[in-house]
Design a protein around this ligand. Structure first.
Ligand code: 1CP
Length: 344
């Protein structure tokens, strides 16, 4: 297969670019005034996600404003539990809530993927494809089963994912059943996004960092490997980025054992260590501290330069180590892009 002319897609295919392509996790979101205006008009986050025309518009906002190399589908990892039949809502000023919480067999039995539940997302994908600039790579995504399970089990974001970790020890059979249901739905969901037109996908494992090495093997590496094998069987040309946030010293095992085409690295990882520890030639994505982006100035320039220097000898996608924060100045995003692209 000849490499894509799109810099981000080519990088994910293993072709190092003279200037690393850039996109930012959560680049479509609350730090953008045009996002806040559209969310207010639609009446909230979930209304936005369920409106394909508005979601396509939000996906394209950071492309228009900054010319990012990648557009990430605007949706959320929690649409998978919603499709499985768990009620999802957002508590204003707090965050997502899911019911019923899954702590026992009875709550689990009812959870089956509803046909067509994710159709609005595929419609968003088709609308974005029709409007995307020719050099921009379109990324789909899903949460990894472990991270999605932590929300299904606690009913909301949780400290140290304690409820899910306790359940995994107390009843590993139930946990495996839950993970399997999420996994099956996630495979269908990502294949649906691919059929609708995304060119690469990212698996967000935001809470993989709280697991012990043995539990990490069981609940992060194994399900991720099964998802990737299933995707590769149907769509071998579509690169998969795995982002096991907080994995730290477990990153090399994750990179070797899951079959990911690229690995996302969070800001707590020394990029020089990541370069020597990860398989040679494997594309990496990351890993600017979102708070260095907020700080701006010389701090930001130096942090960008350190990351660029560490990854000069392998395919590198420039990104943050986690999502961009709401109070990030837009001028600092412009500064970051100029620095990566050698314009300042
Ligand atoms: O406008 C608002 O108030 C909603 C904020 C918001 C946004 C912009 C949420 C609620 N989700 C999103 C979009 C989103 N979420 C995207 C869109 C594309 C982009 O990156 O621009 C993506 C990829 C996600 C992924 C996501 N959702 C993750 C994984 C990445 C991460 O940040 O760790 C997680 C954990 C979620 C759950 C979620 N959704 C929203 C919130 C506030 C949360 C976190 C809740 C918590 O842990 O308490």
């Amino acid at each position: 297969m000849s490499p894509s002319p799109k810099p981000l897609l080519a990088t994910l295919q293993g072709q190092k670019q003279p200037i690393p392509p850039v996109w930012l996790m959560r680049q479509a979101g609350r730090y953008l005034p045009e996002y806040r205006a559209l969310r207010a008009e639609k009446g909230g986050f979930l209304a936005l996600v369920n409106d394909s025309e508005a979601s396509a518009e939000v996906t394209l906002q950071p492309i228009r404003r900054f010319g990012m190399d990648g557009a990430i589908l605007f949706s959320d990892i929690l649409v998978v539990p919603m499709a499985l039949g768990q009620d999802l809502w957002f508590e204003t000023g707090e965050g997502p809530r899911l019911a019923p919480v899954v702590q026992a067999r009875a709550a689990l039995e009812g959870l089956e993927a509803a046909p067509g539940a994710l159709e609005p997302v595929y419609e968003t994908v088709r609308r974005v494809v029709a409007a995307l600039p020719s050099g921009t790579t379109f990324l789909g995504f899903a949460g990894s089963p472990w991270t999605v399970a932590t929300y299904m089990i606690a009913g909301q974001g949780s400290r140290e994912q304690s409820e899910a970790r306790r359940l995994a020890y107390r009843d590993p059979v139930l946990m495996r059943d839950l993970i399997d249901r999420i996994e099956t739905c996630t495979i269908d969901y990502l294949l649906g996004q691919i059929a609708a037109g995304v060119e690469a996908v990212q698996l967000f494992d935001s809470w993989s960092g709280s697991l012990s090495p043995v539990q990490f093997e069981q609940w992060v590496i194994a399900p991720t490997a099964r998802i990737i094998a299933a995707l590769k069987a149907k769509a071998p040309q579509v690169p998969v980025i795995g982002f096991p946030k907080g994995a730290g010293g477990k990153l090399p095992a994750y990179a070797r054992e899951t079959g990911v085409d690229a690995v996302g690295v969070d800001e707590t990882v020394d990029p020089a260590w990541a370069h020597v520890s990860l398989p040679a030639g494997l594309p990496v994505q990351g890993n600017l501290d979102p708070l260095a982006l907020i700080a701006g100035g010389v701090v930001l320039d130096e942090a960008v330069d350190r990351i660029l220097a560490a990854f000069t000898d392998r395919p590198h996608v420039f990104n943050l180590g986690h999502g961009i924060q709401q109070d990030t100045p837009i001028a600092h995003v412009e500064q970051l892009l100029a620095r990566v692209r050698g314009e300042r």
